[in-house]
Design a protein around this ligand. Structure first.
Ligand code: NAD
Ligand code: GLY
Length: 371
């Protein structure tokens, strides 16, 4: 078994923390948390699926290392819990357990649990500590790192939230063994994103190693997660609050978020990573249509996604273009009603651009949802 423990440091103006990546870290979590943060009073928040696999092993590891545990909170699984209703439910359960400022929350799960728990940590008693133990590929390569927290609302995806960094991130690659294949693939969309944004060589690595990574080859997984977290840590360190370069991480997301909102955040219909994959293809296609990117590069990306098994267009053709445009206008990067998008001059050459003309965007949606 590969026990490689790859640490990455992330430093923002007022927080520094470590991202540890390796096999079987949940079993070692108690000792690792004690080493990084000292003995703690801890409260695990997780979902029903993840609890079935990892709650008992995590609780044992924490107790064995001498931490004090408050009773864990298990929520339903799925994007629907990133909502005001479930935020209130979570807060009620935290106060039932007499949470105080000395308690550290542990988000054990995918991006949904991480985003919701991080948000709750950021507003409970004006802010308590939290630790991320991501269990999906998407959460290990993206959402557990960088401190974006929040919920969805009638105003759009992730429109209510905070920037609030965790104290520690423990990414256990062994947890990916129980992750359904569809979820694994959805997370892969966020891995390949880093190559598409800024490193054509990493895109080439992905093209060569996607099969091994998705098949469960340990070294490929560690490399993919380590490279992804290193790219993300560097961008977050430069621009924690997304005033500029951090927005590159949103490649494909403005399109993808609109699709998710139109799909009613229904995970059966569309996963976040699937929406990002479709959105990434759209960002490349728009860049080609605007004369920015060579068509051959967009074609190479589409081919790779298809070979990996990622969607390149929405399956259902019932999306409403006016609604999709309205959701895009609610995007957090939009200013004074003008779209800001991540476009590209080719693989590894993404850039952020404001005041995007909506006409070619609408034309692309018409083509995508009606073809
Ligand atoms: P998720 O949290 O819904 O997890 C996917 C599914 O897999 C769930 O049903 C979950 O119960 C199950 N699961 C999780 N780990 C498992 C495991 N090891 N074995 C078996 N089942 C497991 O989805 P996700 O894709 O991890 O996260 C998507 C969310 O992340 C979206 O809400 C998105 O907006 C958010 N996100 C946030 C950031 C950020 O920077 N904060 C970045 C990217 C995405
Ligand atoms: N996932 C985008 C970001 O963290 O900025």
């Amino acid at each position: 078994m590969n026990h490689a423990l790859v640490p990455i440091a992330l430093k923002t103006p007022d927080r520094a923390y470590t991202i540890l990546i390796g096999e079987a870290l949940i079993a070692q979590a108690g000792a690792l948390i004690a080493q990084e943060c000292g003995p703690k009073r801890l409260l695990i928040v997780t979902d029903e699926n993840v609890a079935g696999f990892y709650l008992a092993p995590l609780e044992s590891s924490l107790k064995e290392a001498g931490h004090t545990l408050l009773p864990s909170i298990v929520l339903p699984a799925g994007e629907k819990i990133k909502s005001f209703d479930f935020l209130q439910e979570l807060m009620a359960r935290l106060f039932d357990r007499a949470v105080d400022r000395g308690v550290t929350l542990i988000a054990l799960g995918g991006g949904v649990i991480g985003d919701l728990t991080g948000f709750a940590a950021s507003i409970t008693l004006r802010g308590i500590d939290f630790i991320q133990i991501p269990t999906t590929l998407l959460a290990q390569v993206d959402s557990s790192v960088g401190g974006k927290t929040g919920i969805n609302s009638a105003f759009g995806k992730n429109t209510i939230g905070t920037f609030y960094q965790p104290r520690l991130v423990l990414a256990d690659t062994k947890a990916l063994e129980t992750l359904p294949r569809r979820q694994l693939l959805a997370g892969y969309a966020e891995v390949v994103k880093y190559g598409l944004i800024q490193d054509a060589a990493f895109f080439a690595w992905c093209s060569e190693n996607a099969h091994a990574l998705l098949a469960g080859e340990g070294a490929a997984r560690i490399t993919a997660i380590q490279k992804s977290c290193a790219y993300k840590a560097a961008l977050v360190a430069q621009d924690e609050r997304e005033a500029g370069s951090r927005a590159l991480l949103n490649l494909g997301h403005t399109f993808g978020h609109a699709l998710e909102a139109e799909a009613g955040y229904d995970n059966e219909a569309l996963l976040h990573g699937e929406a990002v994959a479709i959105g990434t293809i759209m960002a490349f296609d728009l860049s080609v249509a605007m004369g920015l990117s060579p068509a051959a590069e967009a074609h190479a990306v589409r081919e790779h996604f298809m070979q990996a098994g990622l969607p390149t267009a929405p399956a259902a053709k019932t999306y409403d273009v006016d609604q999709l445009m309205a959701f895009m206008a609610q995007d957090k990067k939009a200013k004074a009603g003008q779209l800001t998008l991540i476009l590209t001059r080719g693989i590894g050459k993404a850039f952020v651009t404001a005041n995007v003309d909506p006409a070619p965007v609408r034309a692309l949606w018409e083509q995508v949802v009606k073809s």
